[in-house]
Design a protein around this ligand. Structure first.
Ligand SMILES: Nc1ncnc2c1ncn2[C@@H]1O[C@H](COP(=O)(O)OP(=O)(O)OP(=O)(O)O)[C@@H](O)[C@H]1O
Length: 362
């Protein structure tokens, strides 16, 4: 039996772009299969849009290669022009043509016989639930509806690859979730490889099959959302997705000793300073029982005593800040629903060992 593996729909290999001597995109490699969504996630200025522009062909890399379906489309000497790359683009300011109807906007990039073009426009308008709006003009539509027209227009020529740069950031919050889900369903249906740029972790978690976490021009971690969230590459990767707490400790015999008991620190030599990083939702709280906390366990370690500094209700959870007895530091815990202990109240905190990350101190 022969097993054939299709080449990735989009692959970029070791792409670097220097501007004014600085590598704004630094040795980035990515690979996306047809029907898959990869989110390029990172803070403002980390090089996401520049990466997208190089794939689109409107900006040239200094080194590296771009491949589509196993064919080289761009290296440092050879370059397929943007219009021949089979790429659909969708940006935040998606700019529909104001003087064209919805149907004409969607059909704008289509070639071939009139009947086939009309069929494709109708098919896409039905998919974005705007078939009854075909003859209206953009200014007669809401922001969300215009966004769906822009998506239909980008998908109409059946692009092999869709590049989306913060496509939902112009929409108000209430609309956004619904439109994200609809867009995702449509993209999957069209079988394009999608590279979506966002600086919002929730958006990436919601949309992505793969997340590529970018910082200072580099991809620091790639993987399925669950893996990136639960096995972060470093402290900044944890902090990008949520608030964090940090304990400092020194390693002795592959163990880091803290007021919360010991933490496994395999691979860290004796004497190394490490940071134990954990999210507020993984702090467990117990009430004080006559000056004592809960009994130590292997899974939660030893309890440390803290005093409530303040508590805030955030909607579906409460955030409680504690000043710790042992060193006066502040630790944050989140608790589902409403939990508003008064400032000054004594409680005991434990940390779930299976949710902690130990990194060399930065
Ligand atoms: N033409 C240019 N001239 C000078 N600097 C540039 C140019 N294009 C990009 N840069 C710089 O390169 C870095 C990366 O920019 P890029 O737009 O790719 O980041 P980004 O991650 O998409 O940010 P944002 O989310 O804010 O759009 C930034 O520091 C930016 O100022």
């Amino acid at each position: 039996m022969t097993v054939t593996t299709d080449p990735p729909r989009l692959e970029i290999r070791n792409v670097t772009r220097r501007i004014d001597g600085r590598a704004v995109v630094n040795d980035v490699s990515l690979s996306i299969a047809a029907g898959q969504v990869t989110c390029l996630l990172g803070p403002s200025g980390c090089g996401k849009s520049t990466t997208l522009r190089m794939i689109a062909g409107v900006e040239m890399q200094d080194t590296g290669e771009i491949w589509v379906d196993g064919k080289l489309i761009c290296d440092t000497v050879f370059r397929v022009p943007p219009e021949r790359r089979g790429i659909g683009l969708m940006f935040q300011d998606f700019a529909l043509f104001p003087h064209l109807s919805v149907a004409d906007n969607v059909g704008f990039g289509l070639k071939g016989p009139k009947e086939a073009r009309r069929g494709r426009v109708e098919e896409l308008l039905a998919k974005v639930h705007l078939h009854r709006y075909a003859d209206l003009f953009p200014h007669q539509l809401s922001g969300g509806e215009q966004q769906r027209v822009a998506l239909a227009r980008a998908l109409a020529p059946r692009p092999r690859i869709m590049l989306m740069d913060e496509p939902f950031s112009g929409l108000d919050n209430r609309l956004r979730d619904g439109i994200r889900d609809e867009t995702l369903a449509l993209l999957k249906d069209e079988d394009a490889a999608v590279l979506l740029v966002t600086h919002e972790p929730e958006e990436a978690m919601r949309m992505a099959d793969q997340i590529a976490l970018m910082r200072d021009g580099r991809v620091v971690q790639q993987g399925a959302p669950y893996n990136v969230y639960t096995r972060p590459a470093d402290k900044a990767a944890v902090a990008f997705f949520s608030d964090i707490n940090v304990l400092r400790a020194q390693v002795n015999g592959a163990l880091a000793q803290t007021p919360f008991g010991q933490f496994l620190a395999p691979g860290h030599p004796d004497g190394t300073d490490v940071e134990i990083v954990f999210r507020p939702q993984h702090v467990k709280l117990d009430f004080d029982r006559g000056g004592k906390g809960p009994v130590p366990t292997p899974s939660d370690g030893v309890a440390a005593r803290g005093v409530v500094e303040r508590a805030r209700f955030l909607g579906n959870e409460s955030l409680v800040e504690f000043r710790m007895d042992h060193d006066g530091s502040i630790l944050r815990a989140t608790v589902p629903n409403v939990f508003m202990p008064k400032p000054g109240r004594v409680m005991w905190l434990t940390i779930r060992r299976d949710r902690c990350f130990v990194f060399p101190a930065s």
